[in-house]
Write a protein that binds this ligand. Structure first.
Ligand code: BGP
Length: 474
């Protein structure tokens, strides 16, 4: 069997601190935005920034507080990943472990020590860490005191944090991502960027001002990473998935183009070094004025080394899109596509859409791509002997890895592939454990009960074979 994957292609899996680590008040960690997002009825309103939840309630369940206890069990988990043959492992650093409040001048040494041990453990197993600096969490104190990314001061706090990480983990980490799914700021503003709105405010104004600050912070962090070590490779990260026009009616084609532009706005800036021209008209029509400083245009010219993205589903748009006929797959609103099947949560399953998305992104950015999230959220039921035959997951991943191989054959350079939630973890959208993605099962339920024991699913053995054959044996 021949493979379309280049030698040295990185294979692995991904998770995020806030969905896996738990230990939310250990090792000097400060409270983070995600620690205030409850499970249950208020969850969505808090994520959307419609409710002020500046402290937790003892009587409520917060999924991130314990998560899957990766903080204490990471050695066992990394060993399982090594057993599958991972050559890359994506995780994030919890900002509030390094700077518990966010605005201190000196970092928390216990936080640095934890990540140094974690990344060293990866290296011991010949696994390259791929590290996100900000994956849907930030110190809560920055929200209360400064309004998070509304404030330009947050750029300084972020770049100090980024510098600390680049220096502390120099030699251990080479691949960095600044913000996870940066475009999600527009769709889930509190979880994405710590934004909370007052009733009288124009949310678009606040979001795009915050976006400007994040983009400046990202460019500055990229520059710092390159100065500290020219070997560092820094990427941006998009919640990806192209919009298809619902029909060939020109108005539908235009609607899809506008939706793609909105989605790609951040990456256009991070990968091309300037605001796209269409934003001038959009800002004018939506009454948005971005406050900038002289020199911002130059800062933005520091572009990323590669473009990373998540891909779960393609999307669909028409001129008649509205709240009644759309659903949110991975938070971004989309029309149901009658040509494809969907997961239990309504996320359209479309492997060819991955090939389309990758070709489009490479045509647009001419930078190497890194597929850092992809997978099927599903409910796994262990059989009488405790085994999980997750053929549905294998089939989803097989088809997507095939599409990835086709994109590589189309000429798209790709650094690697990290499937999402390689070990079961807390779902970002539902806050539940029962929406699982892993090759490794974790015994824990939606209310936080279970032994937390890890076990191998059928997909574990399948993925091991895929990696060993460099993608030939699917
Ligand atoms: C992305 C996030 C992840 C992850 C994934 C799956 O948006 O970057 O953090 O959770 O989607 O989403 P969910 O957990 O909602 O199924």
């Amino acid at each position: 069997m021949t493979t379309k994957f280049p030698a040295g292609f990185l294979w692995g899996g991904a998770l995020a601190a806030n969905q896996a680590e738990g230990a939310w008040r250990e090792g000097g960690k400060g409270p983070a935005t995600v620690d205030m997002i409850p499970h249950g009825k208020d969850r969505l309103a808090v994520k959307l920034g419609q409710q002020k939840r500046f402290s937790w309630r003892e009587d409520e369940f917060y999924p991130s507080h314990e998560a899957i206890d990766f903080y204490h069990r990471y050695k066992e988990d990394i060993a399982l990943m090594a057993e599958m043959g991972f050559t890359v492992f994506r995780t994030s650093i919890a900002w509030s472990r390094i700077y518990p409040q966010g605005d201190e001048l000196t970092p928390n040494e216990a936080g640095i020590a934890f990540y140094r041990d974690l990344f060293s453990e990866c290296k011991k197993h010949h696994i390259e860490p791929l590290v996100t600096l900000c994956h849907f969490d930030m110190p809560m104190h920055l929200v209360k005191e400064y309004g998070s990314w509304r404030s330009r001061k947050t750029i300084d706090f972020f770049t100090r944090y980024a510098r600390t990480c680049f220096e502390a983990f120099d030699g251990l980490v080479k691949y960095w991502l600044t913000f996870n799914e940066i475009n999600i700021l527009l769709h889930s503003p509190f979880s994405g960027a710590g934004l909370v709105f007052e009733q009288h405010e124009n949310p678009q104004q606040i979001k795009y001002q915050a976006a400007h600050h994040e983009l400046i912070a990202s460019a500055l962090a990229t520059k710092i990473a390159h100065e500290i070590n020219p070997q560092n490779q820094v990427g941006c990260m998009l919640a990806g998935g192209n919009f298809y026009p619902y029909s060939c009616k020109p108005e539908d084609v235009w609607a899809a183009l506008e939706k793609d532009r909105e989605n790609l706005f951040f990456i256009d800036v991070q990968a091309r070094g300037a605001y796209p021209a269409w934003t001038r008209r959009m800002f004018r029509e939506q009454g948005i004025t971005i406050e900038t400083l002289p020199g911002d245009d130059d800062i933005l010219k520091e572009t990323v080394d590669f473009v990373s993205f998540s891909y779960y589903a393609s999307r669909c748009a028409s001129a008649e899109m509205n709240n009644d006929n759309t659903s949110a797959a991975n938070v971004v609103k989309s029309l149901k596509n009658p040509w494809i099947k969907a997961s239990e949560w309504g996320w359209g399953i479309d492997p060819l859409g991955l090939r389309i998305t990758m070709n489009m992104m490479y045509d647009r950015y001419q930078k190497p791509l890194f597929l850092v999230e992809n997978g099927l959220g599903a409910k796994d039921e262990p059989d009488a002997s405790g085994n999980i035959d997750d053929d549905y997951r294998i089939s989803y991943l097989r088809e997507h890895i095939r599409a990835l191989a086709e994109a590589i054959d189309d000429g798209v350079p790709v650094i690697g592939y990290t499937s999402w939630g390689c070990i079961d973890l807390v779902s970002a959208s539902t806050g539940e454990m029962s929406k699982r993605y892993g090759f490794i099962y974790v015994d824990r339920d939606d209310r936080g009960k279970g032994t937390l024991a890890r076990s191998r699913k059928k997909s574990f053995w399948w993925y091991k074979k895929v990696i060993a054959s460099n993608g030939a044996d699917l």
